[in-house]
Design a protein around this ligand. Structure first.
Ligand code: PGA
Length: 217
């Protein structure tokens, strides 16, 4: 079996990933594609509910979720932390202070759409603390939310990884009690489905721990 894997030179690898995982998956694909340049990779990115639909329709070999669906018979392997943080425009009055969420209650809140895993994690977290979530604006893209926050439209809760390539000086992460919301990515596949050779090899690459990238100052 190992010989077969080591001899893998061609084939296809179809990955279905939630939007935040676009900041993770290329780092896993780098070493994989360098070693197996003949494997054709298809990376499909969508929000959680759309990736669940792809999974149910059996469209991809492997999936990356932060919150794998609990009602399906899946094999899930933890990959890396994906903490969710409160972001505000640079120069926000609470920059550098430890604050409580209630102190932000009057700020317009920009949220991902229903069906988003980020939104689900935020809703579950708020329910635990008894906080009320009242989005002023719903935006279907992490990047558009970042731009909107930077433009002063409000605050938001996003994966810290979405901030990594943000130009320094646009956004700040606020230090809020109860944050970051702990979260983690998982590599997911059907337990009952035999993985393709390419999917088996990619899973092994994904087990290697990655360094946590650091945010720009
Ligand atoms: P989302 O998923 O794109 O559905 O918000 C992100 C995640 O669950 O990490």
């Amino acid at each position: 079996r190992l010989a077969q894997l080591n001899g893998l030179t061609a084939g296809q690898l179809r990955l279905g990933a939630v939007t935040t995982a676009k900041y993770l998956v290329p780092r896993l694909l780098g070493p994989f594609c360098r070693q197996y340049p003949q494997v054709e990779v298809q990376l499909n990115i969508a929000n959680r509910s759309e990736v669940i639909r792809r999974l149910e329709d059996n469209r991809d070999d492997l999936y990356v979720f932060s919150q794998p669906p609990r009602h399906l018979d899946l094999d899930t392997v933890p990959l890396a932390d994906n903490p969710l943080v409160v972001i505000a425009p640079a120069g926000h009055r609470f920059t550098g202070q430890r604050i409580r969420w209630e102190q932000l209650a009057t700020e317009p809140f920009l949220s991902r759409e229903p069906g988003s895993g980020t939104r689900l994690a935020v809703e579950e977290h708020f329910a635990r603390f008894g906080w009320v979530l009242k989005p002023q604006m719903t935006i279907e893209s992490n990047e558009a939310i970042k731009e909107s926050v930077a433009a002063g439209l409000g605050i938001a809760i996003l994966s810290r990884h979405t901030l990594i390539h943000t130009a320094p000086g646009n956004l700040v992460e606020l230090d809020v009690e109860g944050f970051p919301i702990p979260n983690r990515w998982y590599l997911v596949r059907w337990r009952t489905k035999n993985p393709s050779p390419a999917a088996q090899v990619f899973s092994r690459f994904a087990e290697v721990p990655l360094d946590t990238p650091t945010l720009p100052e």
